[in-house]
Design a protein around this ligand. Structure first.
Ligand SMILES: Nc1ncnc2c1ncn2[C@@H]1O[C@H](COP(=O)(O)OP(=O)(O)OP(=O)(O)O)[C@@H](O)[C@H]1O
Length: 274
């Protein structure tokens, strides 16, 4: 059974400009599904709409979405808050610049304790600072105490993205939406963050909707991918099929322009480094 099902999603502006049209896709538990397409094709609007985070003046005009069998989106109405969290391209900007990392994590954990969002229904397990440290080490940060004492601007982009991932999994979501999570990071750090996302999927069995303009990254991360162009899904298929048997002219163009990127089998057998 699908974890996330989206059917017929359309998004438009207040003035009636269509940004996304009739988009359907699904994500299974433990699966990473990509959305790929050039700038302006509607990837971010699609991602934001699923979390009720569309900017002012932009709304869902049609379609519906279900998570774990529960409908949470019905046209313009958000029926419930889905058990989903999001990570963004620029983690430094998404964190509060005036608060130390530790204070931000403690605040989040206290909020989750109060709301019972993580399933603990208000139960506290251990000291909140210790839990913040455990969370930070779970995303591969070797010296949690040092990182918790710093401000976001004192950390590298890769470190801040690890912190964002820690915050995203603190709520124990069943779906993680990742919008260009490694764009702007250097290649080595990018590979480490992609590894961390993969490990997180494996460990927690969550589904991931992974937005990227980069076919190489999609090939490394995703089992299936929706190719978007000008607000529409042109093709939704297994990554392997998209690479070897692209059914759509736009997909072929996208692949040609990304020809310097590794193909899925090169990633799998390690003949090319990401
Ligand atoms: N706040 C907004 N109000 C109205 N239109 C917007 C707004 N933000 C983005 N758009 C438009 O929505 C369309 C889809 O944008 P979106 O950001 O989803 O594309 P994208 O595929 O994620 O591109 P990118 O990779 O550049 O982020 C674009 O035409 C964009 O100009």
């Amino acid at each position: 059974m699908s974890l996330l099902t989206v059917r017929g999603l359309s998004i438009q502006t207040r003035t009636g400009v269509s940004l996304v049209r009739d988009l359907s896709l699904d994500v299974g538990a433990g699966e990473v599904v990509g959305i790929v397409g050039e700038s302006g094709s509607g990837k971010t609007m699609t991602a934001l709409s699923l979390l009720g985070l569309l900017p002012d003046g932009v709304h869902v005009s049609a379609g519906e979405a279900e998570l774990e069998g529960r409908r949470f989106l019905d046209g313009p109405r958000m029926l419930a808050r889905p058990n989903a969290t999001m990570i963004f391209q620029n983690p430094t900007a998404a964190l509060n610049p005036t608060m130390r990392i530790g204070a931000q994590l403690v605040r989040l954990l206290r909020f989750l304790d109060r709301s019972g969002t993580d399933g603990s229904a208000g139960r506290r397990r251990g000291d909140v600072r210790e839990r913040a440290a455990a969370l930070v080490s779970s995303v591969g940060i070797a010296d949690p105490a040092a990182v918790l004492g710093r401000y976001p601007h004192q950390l590298s982009g890769g470190m801040n993205q690890r912190v964002m991932i820690a915050m995203a999994i603190a709520a124990r979501p069943s779906l993680l939406v990742a919008d260009e999570p490694t764009t702007g990071l250097d290649v080595t750090v990018q590979a480490q963050i992609l590894d961390l996302i993969r490990a997180t999927v494996a460990q927690h069995g969550i589904g991931v909707l992974f937005v990227s303009h980069d076919m190489g990254v999609i090939a490394q991360m995703c089992q299936r991918v929706a190719v978007m162009y000008d607000g529409e899904v042109r093709e939704f298929a297994a990554v392997d099929d998209i690479y070897h048997r692209p059914g759509d002219a736009y997909t072929r163009e996208l692949l040609a322009s990304a020809s310097d990127h590794p193909r899925p089998e090169e990633v799998a057998d390690g003949t090319r480094a990401g």
